[in-house]
Every structure is written in C-alpha cells, then in structure tokens.
Ligand binder design. Structure first.
Ligand SMILES: Cc1cc2nc3c(=O)[nH]c(=O)nc-3n(C[C@H](O)[C@H](O)[C@H](O)COP(=O)(O)OP(=O)(O)OC[C@H]3O[C@@H](n4cnc5c(N)ncnc54)[C@H](O)[C@@H]3O)c2cc1C
Length: 473
C-alpha cells in the first residue's frame, strides 16, 4: 500500500486501499481521499490541512471494528472524525491514512426520560441531543458553541466545555458509559446506564478527552436532568478588566451559584458589540454574563441577588426576563468567536486556564503578549472556570503574521504554566498543541501519559502525532 499523506501519490489514493475498505463496509461507505470536507477542521485558519487516502463512513460499531482491525493489520493510520469543529487540528489527517467519520452513526439507541438517561451513537449532533432532552422535559447541560456542527462523540473525545460548564461541568461529567473500538479492532463497553462504578481503573475517563488517540468512541450512555423551568441572565458592563474581575469574584464570595459566569474583554466586546442585544454604553470595556436558572421563583430571587452583586462599579446592569431576549443573548454569545475573527479575517485562538484569582492578570497579559508580537489581541470566555479564549488576530494569508501568532501562543502557554493553570481547558491538544504538556507536567507524569498511549495503541496508528505529551521521546 502507498499512502498519499506520507508520500506524493496522486489525488484519489491507492486504488487497492479503497477496494479493500469497500470490501469491508460496502461500496457506498468509502469515499476517495479527495472527497471535499475531510482534510481540515476549524483550525484551518492556521493553515492546517491534511490529505486522507480514504474516507470511511461506517454505519455500525461492527463496521468500525472491521476498519480499525484492517488498518491495524496493514499499518495504516486512522483518524476518527466527528463534526470537524475542533480548534486544535485533532481531526486533520496530517499523515494521510483513513479518516473514519462517524457522521452516519447518529441514532438514538435508547431513551428513558423517566430514568433521566439516553444512549446515543457517537455521530449524533450535540444540538440534537440537547433538543431531544428538551422535548422530554429534560436537559443535557453541556453546551459547546458549535452544537449544530459538533457530534457527541467529538465532544466526548475532547471533553468539551461551554458556558454552562461553570455550574454543570464539562461533557465527561454527563457520560456514564462508553462503547469504543480499541486496537487491534475490538469492541469494549465501559460503564453503562449506571450512575456509579468504581470497579476498575477508570478507562471511561481515559477515553474521555483522548482525542481519538486511544480508540474510536461509537456510542455513549448520557445522564440527563430535569430541565430548569427558566433561565434568567444578567448582563453587566464595566469600564475595565479590574472592575469586571472584581465583580466576578464578588459573585463567588456571595455564595451564589450561577449557571454561567462569562466575560468579554475590551477587544472582543468592541468586535461584537454592534450585534449585542440592547447594545452597550460607549465607555463599556468589559462585559459579564451571569445566569440564574431553576424553578421560576427561586431563579428570579437568584437573578436579583446577582444583579445586586454585579452592580458596584458597573456601567450598566440588565436583568433579562423574556425567553426571546434570553435566546437572542445566547445566539449573540455563540457568534462572538466569528465576530472577533472577522475583524482581520483570521485568528489564532487558545483556551488556556488559570486559577480564578489570576484571571485579571491573564486577561491583561494576553493583550501585552499580542503587543510584544505586534498583533492585536483580545480574550473572552468562561470566567467562572478561569478559562480564557486568548486570541491573536491575523490576516490568514500573511505567513509572517501567522508565525508571529504561533510565537505569541507559545508565550501564552508559558503564562498559563507560570500562573499554575493549563494550556487547554476544553479544545484539547490535537496537533497544534502537541508536545506542550511538557510545560505543565513533571517527567514522571509525562512518562505515564506516553505509556497509556503505548498500551492502547502499540503501533501508534490511532490519530498519530496528536495529543503527544512531548515531541522528543
Ligand atoms: C464556533 C465554535 C464554537 C466552539 N465553542 C466551543 C465551546 O464552547 N467549548 C468547547 O469545548 N469547544 C468549542 N468549540 C470547539 C469544538 O466544537 C469542540 O472541540 C468539539 O467538541 C469538537 O467536536 P467535533 O464533533 O466537531 O469533533 P472533531 O473536530 O471532528 O474532532 C475533535 C477530536 O476528537 C476526535 N474524535 C471525534 N469523534 C471521535 C470519536 N467518535 N471517537 C474518538 N475520537 C473522536 C478527533 O479525532 C479529534 O481529535 C467550538 C468550535 C467552534 C467552531
């Protein structure tokens, strides 16, 4: 077999590879390597594109197992793919091989509203899971921003977060069981429709966040909760980072548990304010969104408390009531990344985490790092989790600027490590941050990280090069 990604083979890939894959899963489930839509993910703005030799669209776990088994027997790299909304290049087939897209595996396998749980195939869209839960009076709280594009399998593989992770936790907190195909092509089930399980080492949690490097997730048991009756946000603006971060601290000190605690700094607010529902005062240079949720009377009481706590030092505090206003606000919030990116046509956006008491420092340092590298910079994100989307604005066609942005990102990772934080709070390491874990983990921990990979994937064929703990062994 000749792999195009690893060589200069002509587009379309090796015919024998396509033939053999088709014999495993059927003619209609294997696309040529140059089929549009499988060479990149949302990191494409950084110039990252791969070159698959074939794209397989399996329809069942058994078919996934056949493909993994075949790839393992023939030393062919395999890249699992969800909705391709990742920001770290995790689904990009940089070494060629087979892209295994779960897009046809999107069935609800079991729905038990009375027991607050459902089982789904990995390729179901995040938005569909949330919709089905809602239609049954329930909630699946994880709410990563690209819900119409991302799959639940991709969310699990990256352990995705989102605005409501502050109160409800990240995706992994809502997964009670996983089915996965592991090397050399075997199906495992860990956990299930059970709420507690400490019987073995926590393989489920190892697979969660493993970014396709340990196995292919094919199905998941998800935990649901009764949907809150109302969600009542408070939007507050401030003249600067200090006033805004002081307000965020006061929310916690007051012992209030909001569902979300989000922020936008001056730059990201300037980029997105034109479409902010209700607008903002000219001197607003920092925005905080917090939200009370739950039963109507209790949520209203919490919302009033939040307004009081957020008011000192604020330019403006607005408590939203109407459901349409709330939906409009969150639609706007989902569009912030795009608004920022359209300022200069491109951006390099990271997702560092710092301890909450270092948030203001990290927000200011992001802008300062940008200045040092002659790049406009800003940040927004999940303030309550200390999770910043520190961003450098670029013209994606300017190679020198992209290079400066990459260097700025290095400084950002140093900053996160120095402040006792993490280089990634939700997007994972993928390709773009491979090797960076070395900044925050001791050698013994890095060794264990590498050994876990070797045990699951002795041939190194599952999403090769991604999520590496360090670049030099
Ligand atoms: C506008 C926008 C907003 C976003 N907002 C958020 C946010 O708020 N929070 C957040 O955490 N992320 C956010 N993201 C990033 C992205 O949506 C998440 O990382 C998401 O979880 C990726 O899911 P996906 O299905 O698109 O996976 P992909 O991008 O296809 O893949 C991501 C990684 O998971 C692996 N993978 C995918 N499916 C499987 C599987 N079935 N088995 C094993 N491995 C698999 C891939 O190999 C890859 O390494 C946002 C992205 C965009 C474009």
């Amino acid at each position: 077999l000749t792999l195009r990604g690893a060589s200069t083979e002509a587009p379309g890939g090796d015919p024998s590879l396509l033939r053999e894959l088709r014999s495993l899963v059927g003619e209609g489930s294997v696309l040529d390597g140059d089929a549009p839509g499988y060479a990149a993910d949302e990191s494409e703005g950084s110039g990252l594109r791969g070159s698959p030799d074939a794209v397989v669209l399996p329809q069942s776990t058994a078919e996934v197992a056949r493909v993994v088994g075949w790839c393992y027997a023939h030393d062919v790299p395999l890249v699992p793919r969800g909705g391709g909304s990742g920001f770290a290049g995790g689904a990009v087939p940089l070494e060629g091989g087979v892209v295994l897209s779960l897009e046809r595996m999107k069935r609800v396998l079991q729905l038990d509203p009375g027991l607050w749980r459902m089982r789904v195939e990995a390729g179901i869209q995040t938005a569909a899971v949330r919709r089905i839960a809602r239609e049954n009076g329930l909630s699946f709280p994880p709410d990563p921003g690209a819900a119409e594009q991302s799959h639940i399998g991709g969310n699990i593989a990256t352990n995705a977060g989102g605005p409501h992770a502050f109160k409800y936790g990240v995706t992994g907190a809502w997964v009670t069981g996983l089915q996965a195909v592991v090397a050399p092509g075997e199906v495992i089930d860990v956990g299930g429709p059970i709420r507690k399980d400490v019987a073995g080492y926590d393989l489920k949690s190892l697979l969660i966040g493993s970014e396709g490097t340990l196995g292919v997730i094919t199905a998941a048991w998800l935990r649901l909760i009764p949907a809150p009756e109302v969600m009542l946000p408070v939007v507050a603006t401030y003249r600067g980072t200090t006033e805004g971060c002081d307000a965020i601290r006061r929310v916690l000190e007051a012992g209030i548990v909001p569902a979300t605690l989000e922020y936008l700094d001056a730059g990201s607010l300037a980029a997105s304010v034109r479409s902010l529902p209700g607008g903002a005062a000219p001197d607003a240079a920092f925005l905080v969104i917090s939200e009370a949720d739950g039963e109507r009377a209790e949520a209203a009481r919490l919302q009033a408390e939040l307004s009081d706590v957020l008011r000192p030092g604020a330019v403006d505090v607005r408590a939203l009531q109407a459901r349409s206003d709330v939906e409009e606000l969150w639609r706007w919030r989902d569009g912030v990344a795009l608004a920022v990116s359209s300022t200069r046509g491109g951006k390099l956006s990271e997702d560092i985490v710092v301890p909450l008491d270092r948030l203001a420092e990290a927000i200011d340092a992001t802008v300062e790092i940008g200045r040092r590298h002659r790049l406009e910079a800003c940040s927004w994100g999940h303030a309550g989790d200390g999770n910043l989307h520190s961003t450098f604005l670029v013209d994606a066609s300017d190679a020198a600027e992209l290079e400066r942005a990459a260097q700025a990102a290095e400084d950002l990772f140093d900053l996160a490590a120095r402040l006792g934080g993490s280089i990634s709070g939700e997007h994972g390491l993928g390709w773009l941050k491979r090797g960076q874990l070395e900044r925050q983990w001791a050698p013994a921990a890095l060794r264990l990280h590498e050994q876990v990979k070797e045990i699951f994937d002795p041939k190194g064929l599952l999403n090769p090069g991604k999520k590496l703990a360090r670049l030099v062994a």
